[in-house]
Ligand binder design. Structure first.
Ligand code: PEP
Ligand code: MG
Length: 613
């Protein structure tokens, strides 16, 4: 009966922090929902002894001799000397590990995509985990050696993460062991994985840590195959950045393969084929040579405009997640930014970013673009990407729940703060605003009203262009109505495909069938273009299909005006636009819309480079 009284008494005490000062909420995990359902899919198995199946982690073809990378067991003494001495040993090793990680971060940034350096930044954070330190320090206090106590601490924590049976969390266990071994090796003077990898190898390992992967030489390692990991693991991201084809989740019998075995690793299909014949080996080698030459010539022409052979101009811009991407996109010939995923500002922190902080970041990204246009997409989070400081109930179907613009409408202050920051940054820069996952006319009218109010509040009457993402079939089929409300559309083909085909884009068994080249999706894109052009509005595509060289001619033929693509693919996509006339593209698009499935559409556009491979 006195429950309410109890609540009233306890709430202010909890709000005041129960007498604790200065404690900070833990940062939000980027995309974590712990549930048994998220357990990794069982390994795919083939019945052909010469074919091993896994999942695609980095596309491309490699052929070479199998090389087994084995992890060495680390031997440490259990008992240590003076606890103060042992503690100092641990502290010194931690300091050195931090320096090594700084150096690795710089090296990865220089070699490949700077964003990938973030993985090592995350390792730095793991080294600051108070729980990990507490376990190690308590071991030392109890007479254990620094090495033993540290080994026990990180192994215990990693084992714990692994028992959660979630692919994402299991990935963090790999990171923890990786950084843990780094510190341990410093303390013991042992060097792990000093196996010399012969040139021309297809590397096989139970698991590869990010440190192993970052130090791989793409000249020697022609493919990577791991029993653990998945398509979205850090190893996959690093392999992509280094341009090494990779397959994860391969059948465990790969670990028993003899090192004299020749193998073809097909990163795109997620397969390892053994004992290829001589002609196949030659074909793949010639494919790799052609690909390298093509990449060179695409890069040489990256700063030329993307114009079809009969003079039709297509804008090629970039999808970015931070300022580093913005800089890199300009270097690679990007004509602006078609999608800034502003989530990066909100995730992995304990409080929402302030208006000033956002204004400053948007302005500096726009400056990095040097007068090229910047489209900022407002916060696109939801049940599948939770924010710690934005408690939202767990949803049965997060992709069909409070996601994208729906979050902004439910939490208007969050969206209004972002709108004000964008408006302020747009005073000096060419900025457009875009709302994610709009599915009804009500939604766009409400957010436009909000924008007008914030504009009035700031005393502005500027002409900020407003667009929406077309990611839901309802918006595509109503494009001609929506076109009256906005200045432009940008098609989010990743979500549009999952909603059209009713296939979860991250589903371990369905994701590979959720191909945006499905004619059903292409028809919705065509419908969107028709609706927009009728009202003189332009259409971009910023989903993954825009970065797919096979899709470019079809999208251009359908009438898409702008392609917003992943940063590394800018030169190749510009080259694809130049490869045909608009008339040819239109003919291809017409045929594509009449096909039965994605495979038939792809067969219409064989990539020249793949012919004969
Ligand atoms: C999309 O859905 O295609 C898109 C570009 O948005 P995101 O991938 O960020 O959901
Ligand atoms: Mg989307």
């Amino acid at each position: 009966p006195d429950a309410q009284q109890a609540i009233d008494a306890i709430t202010p005490v909890l709000d005041a922090g129960l007498g604790d000062e200065g404690t900070q909420a833990a940062p939000a995990p980027a995309t974590t929902i712990i549930s048994e359902d998220a357990a990794p899919a069982p390994h795919r198995r083939s019945t052909d002894p010469n074919l091993l199946l896994g999942v695609s982690a980095s596309s491309g073809l490699g052929v070479g001799k199998v090389f087994q990378l084995r992890r060495q067991e680390v031997q440490v003494q259990e008992y240590g000397g003076n606890p103060h001495e042992e503690q100092r040993l641990l502290d010194d090793a931690l300091d050195q590990a931090r320096l090594q990680l700084d150096a690795l971060q710089a090296e990865v940034s220089a070699q490949a995509d700077p964003a990938k350096a973030a993985i090592f930044a995350a390792h730095q954070e793991l080294l600051g985990d108070p729980e990990l330190m507490e376990i190690a320090e308590s071991g030392i206090r109890n007479g254990k050696s620094a090495a033993f106590a540290w080994h026990h601490a990180f192994s215990t924590q990693a084992d714990l993460l692994e028992t959660l049976k979630n692919e994402l969390i299991a990935g963090r266990a790999v990171d923890l062991r990786d950084v843990g071994l780094r510190v341990l090796n410093i303390m013991t003077g042992q060097v792990s994985n000093e196996q010399e990898i012969p040139a021309g190898s297809i590397l096989i390992a139970e698991e590869l840590t990010p440190s192993d992967t970052a130090s791989l030489d793409p000249e020697r390692v022609l493919g990577i195959c791991t029993v653990g990991g998945g398509a979205t693991s850090h190893v996959a991201i690093l392999a992509q950045a280094l341009g090494i084809p990779a397959v994860a989740g391969i059948e465990p019998r790969a670990l028993d393969l003899d090192e004299t075995t020749m193998a073809v690793l097909d990163g795109s299909k997620g397969q390892l084929r053994l004992n290829p014949d001589e002609s196949e080996i030659l074909r793949i080698k010639s494919f790799r040579e052609k690909l390298a030459l093509k990449q060179q010539s695409d890069l040489a022409a990256a700063h030329q405009p993307a114009i079809t052979s009969d003079g039709h101009d297509v804008e090629v811009v970039a999808n970015i997640g931070n300022i580093e991407d913005a800089r890199r996109s300009v270097e690679l010939g990007g004509e602006g930014v078609g999608l800034l995923r502003s989530e990066f500002l909100y995730l992995d922190r304990a409080t929402a970013p302030t208006e000033d902080e956002q204004t400053e970041i948007y302005s500096s990204i726009a400056e990095a673009l040097d007068n090229r246009p910047l489209i900022i997409r407002t916060l696109d989070v939801g049940g599948d990407k939770p924010l710690t400081y934005l408690p939202m109930p767990r949803e049965e179907n997060p992709f069909l729940g409070v996601r994208g613009i729906r979050v902004g409408l439910e939490k208007p202050e969050l969206l209004r703060t972002q709108l004000r920051a964008i408006l302020r940054a747009s005073r000096q820069h060419k900025i457009r605003i875009m709302f994610p996952m709009v599915s009804t006319m009500d939604e766009i009218r409400s957010v436009k009203a909000m924008l007008a109010e914030e504009q009035a509040r700031l005393g502005e009457s500027g002409l900020l262009e407003v667009g929406i993402m077309v990611e839901v079939p309802s918006t595509a089929v109503m494009a001609s109505q929506f076109a009256k409300e906005v200045d432009f559309f940008s098609i989010g083909s990743n979500d549009l495909t999952q909603y059209t085909l009713a296939m979860d884009r991250d589903h371990p068994r369905l994701a590979s069938s959720a191909d945006a080249m499905n004619p059903a999706v292409l028809k919705l894109i065509a419908e969107t273009v028709k609706g927009a052009h009728k009202h003189g509005k332009w259409v971009g595509v910023c989903g993954g299909i825009a970065s797919d060289p096979q899709a470019v001619a079809i999208l251009v033929g359908i009438g898409v005006d702008e392609l917003s693509v992943s940063v590394p693919s800018i030169p190749a996509i510009k080259a694809e636009v130049r490869a045909r006339s608009l008339a040819e593209c239109r003919e291809l698009a017409k045929q594509a819309l009449e096909q039965d499935d994605a495979a038939a559409v792809r067969a219409l556009v064989p990539l020249d480079i793949l012919n004969g491979a």
